[in-house]
Every structure is written in structure tokens, then in C-alpha cells.
Design a protein around this ligand. Structure first.
Ligand SMILES: *Cc1c(COP(=O)(O)O)cnc(C)c1O
Length: 442
């Protein structure tokens, strides 16, 4: 069993996180419950910031809020001096309402609507990461309407493919994102940006994928971006002040996952920047990165209550919990792997191999295949580790299941950051048109 951050097994044999006994948390807040180890989130943020400080380069660490976008998390990002990436009006609204400084917000996405762009212009966000020509011209026009000149990075597709699951690779040429470097589109985009009077080109952005365990992909991306920067300087007399290398830094979900320490990713990137740009006598650019998963992933644990089981002799035994793909769709989407323990019997010997299923009406509604557990009984608590990223943010109300609460734990205190949805929340946006109302409702 691998325990992340402040997680430990206490004298009662219970899982404890942030000084809080998880059996108490289950009692107090109910299950399913997302638990966030606040100290671990802050530790990750500091690892990034301190590693960049050590490089001597100017930098911004922008938390990719899509991994887990809630107001409390925006507050922590603000307190730790991070910047913030958003990709929708909803994420932007969350950040602004949390009091996150607009100047440190970067807006991403391959299909930003005019409404979203206007909202971000009105808020005076720090930077737009422009993804395509439609957006380039639209942003320029909308900025001109408001008499503003806005900072932009151009998202380029460097043609580097991260060694990761196909669904989450975005650096290759066949991608819906960005201007392609290899076929001249990125070059054209630089020319077009320079020709727009309401856009201020800061530099370029590249994101090569997610859950990456090696530094080579990042170093290759830096090589390509640096080569491009030099070409653009020499031929177009445009100098990049910012290079954004995206996110994608891996985390340990299960045994066999071998992420590097954050400091090593940062060192590989900053070393490679210094080497490439110095060699071309290019003023060292400011480096931005955008970690999402690695900022919050291992700080999250989901607590479920065990319900029913089904033993199919010679095939498998299912244990069902009170959540599932509605709070964690990652197995259904990617067959993602997780580790889990019985939180209330963490020292009991492992006795059987089971498959953890959810309660939703899909055969694919599973959380973990072939997990070793003590013989789980109805009422036991199952803790699934590393659910901080892309779980709550991907949760749904499928089957009209209510989304769980989120609690932040630290030094023995547990505070609600998101309330559990109520049944009235479930029908909150429903309207029965008058002609469809039943007599009982009339
Ligand atoms: C998803 C994404 C990130 C964050 O990726 P992680 O793998 O969670 O670190 C950063 N930048 C961009 C552009 C993204 O699409």
C-alpha cells in the first residue's frame, strides 16, 4: 500500500488524511466523499515554484484548473503565487468569484465563444492562448471594439508525441488543437498576429500530452520551439518573450507508475531552454508551465461505502460502492488504474481479489479491476487514492446521482469546499412546460 502526502494508518487501523480519521469524515459528511489533502497540494505548488526559482529564469506556474476547478482550489493557487488556466466561462467565473487576480489568468481552448472572449476581455485577464485563425481574427476584432490591446500566446503543435494513452495525446500533428509547426501554419499565424493591431504577441505555447514520465518529450518540445523562435526572429524580426510548455507531468496512481520528482521536470525544461536560446544569442524567455494533474491528483482520495457484492464463481467477484462513473469516469473513459484500501480496516490481511463496481446503470461502470482486499462487508469504507484530478471536474449526474461533497483536510480540521448536491439541486433546472404538467403537479 502506498500512502500519499499526510495519509497514514492510525492506531485504530483507520486511514487518516490531514490529521482526520476517514471513518469520522464518512460519519460527518457522508459518502461518497472527495477528500483533499491541502498540505500536499501546497507542497506540490511549492515544488514547482522553488524549482523554477532555482533556475534563475523568469517564470509563471499556471495551475490548469480544469483538473479540479472549485473556488477553494483557486484560493490556494492564489495564495501559493500560481497563475491559473481556464478553458471556459465557467472556469473563468469560478476563478474570478474566488477573487483570483485576473492578470494571472490565461484563457485556453480551441473554440472560445464570442461571449467567453468578451467576458475575459471585460475582466482584463492576463493572456489568451490563441488556438486557431478564426479565434485570432475574432479576438482582435472584439478587443478593438473595446479599445483594448491583449496579450496572446499562440498554441503550436510541435509534432512531439508524448508516451501516453492515445486519448490524451495532443502534441502530435493529428490534433484538434493549435497551429501546426511542421506544415508552416504556425509560421503563418505569427505573421498574422503581428499584423493585428489589437494583439500583443508574447510568444508560443506547446502542450505535448498528459501523465508523462520522462523528460525527453519536454526537451524535444523545447528544441522544436527554440528552433522556431530563432527562425521567426531571423526571418520576421519577432522575438518571443514567453515560452509556455504546457502541463502533462505524471503522477503515481499505481505501483509501476514512475513519475520523476517535479524538480527534475523543471530542471530538464529550464536547462534545455538555457542551452538552446543561449546558443542562438536569444534573450532568455520567461518560462510558463501548466500543471494540472500533478498539482492535485495525488492529494485527492475518494471515500465510498461498500454495498452489495456478486460472486461469479470462476469469473470474478464484484463489490459495489455507493458512487462510480458519476464521480470518477476515468476507468470508463481510459481504463485508468487506481489503488484502494478498506479505510476502516486498513491493517486487515488481504484475502481476496475483487472488482470494484459503481451503482450506475452501465456495465462499464467500474472503478478498479482485480483489487486485493480483505473480505469487504456491506458498510465498510473503501478509499480510492489519487482522485484529486479529473474526478470531481469530470463528475456528472448520470442516473440523477447527486455529486459528492468535497472536503479539504489539514492539521485535523475538515472543511467543506463543495457541498453535496441535494435532491432539489438535481431538479433545480427542470421546468415542466404547462401543457405537460400532470394533474397532480397542477
Ligand atoms: C490539460 C492541459 C493541461 C494540464 O495537463 P495535466 O496533464 O493535467 O498537467 C495544461 N495545459 C493544457 C493546454 C492542457 O490542455
Amino acid at each position: 500500500m502506498y500512502l500519499h502526502g499526510t495519509s497514514k494508518i492510525n492506531a485504530q487501523g483507520h486511514l487518516e488524511i490531514g490529521g482526520c480519521d476517514t471513518t469520522d469524515l464518512a460519519q460527518q459528511f457522508g459518502t461518497p466523499l472527495y477528500i483533499v489533502d491541502e498540505a500536499l497540494v501546497r507542497q506540490r505548488a511549492r515544488e514547482y515554484v522553488e524549482s523554477f526559482r532555482a533556475s534563475g529564469l523568469k517564470f509563471q506556474v499556471a495551475y490548469a484548473s480544469k483538473a479540479f476547478s472549485v473556488m477553494a482550489m483557486c484560493s490556494i493557487a492564489e495564495q501559493e503565487g500560481l497563475s491559473l488556466d481556464v478553458v471556459s466561462d465557467g472556469e473563468l467565473y469560478t476563478a474570478l468569484k474566488a477573487g483570483f487576480p485576473a492578470a494571472r489568468i490565461h484563457f485556453h481552448g480551441n473554440n472560445k465563444t464570442p461571449e467567453e472572449i468578451n467576458m475575459a476581455l471585460d475582466a482584463n485577464i492576463g493572456c489568451f492562448v490563441v488556438d486557431n485563425f478564426n479565434e485570432l481574427y475574432l479576438l482582435n476584432a472584439l478587443a478593438a471594439d473595446k479599445g483594448k490591446r491583449v496579450n496572446v500566446l499562440l498554441r503550436i503543435t510541435p509534432g512531439v508525441e508524448a508516451h501516453t494513452h492515445d486519448y490524451i495525446s495532443t502534441g502530435q500533428t493529428d490534433s484538434k488543437f493549435g497551429f501546426d509547426l511542421g506544415n508552416g501554419t504556425a509560421y503563418k499565424a505569427i505573421q498574422e498576429t503581428a499584423a493585428q493591431s489589437n494583439l500583443e504577441l508574447l510568444g508560443v505555447h506547446s502542450h505535448i500530452g498528459s501523465q508523462i514520465f520522462e523528460v525527453e518529450g519536454f526537451a524535444m518540445a523545447v528544441d522544436k520551439v527554440a528552433g522556431f523562435a530563432v527562425q521567426v526572429r531571423d526571418e520576421l524580426n519577432v522575438t518571443f518573450r514567453v515560452i509556455n510548455l504546457g502541463g502533462g507531468f505524471g503522477i503515481r496512481y499505481v505501483e509501476g507508475d514512475t513519475p520523476l520528482p517535479i524538480s527534475q521536470y523543471v530542471k530538464a525544461i529550464t536547462d534545455s531552454i538555457k542551452t538552446n536560446f543561449s546558443a542562438a544569442s536569444y534573450p532568455l524567455p520567461e518560462i510558463w508551465v501548466e500543471p494540472g494533474r500533478s498539482m492535485v491528483g495525488d492529494a485527492g482520495t475518494t471515500l465510498y461505502t461498500v454495498g452489495t457484492s456478486k460472486d461469479i464463481p470462476g469469473v470474478r467477484k464484484y463489490i459495489a460502492v455507493d458512487g462510480g462513473m458519476s464521480d470518477n469516469p476515468r476507468f470508463a473513459l481510459y481504463e485508468s488504474k487506481y489503488e484502494a484500501i478498506l479505510a476502516n480496516r486498513a491493517n486487515d490481511p488481504l484475502e481476496e481479489t475483487v472488482t470494484i463496481a459503481g451503482k450506475l446503470c452501465e456495465s462499464g461502470d467500474k472503478l478498479i479491476m482485480d483489487l486485493e482486499l480483505p473480505k469487504a462487508k456491506s458498510g465498510d469504507l473503501l478509499a480510492v487514492f489519487c482522485t484529486g484530478a479529473y474526478n470531481y471536474s469530470m463528475a456528472s449526474n448520470y442516473n440523477r446521482v447527486r455529486r459528492p461533497a468535497v472536503v479539504f483536510v489539514k492539521d485535523g480540521a475538515a472543511d467543506v469546499a463543495v457541498k453535496r448536491e441535494s435532491l432539489d439541486d438535481i431538479i433545480g433546472n427542470d421546468v415542466i412546460p404547462a401543457r405537460l404538467q400532470t394533474s397532480a403537479a397542477r
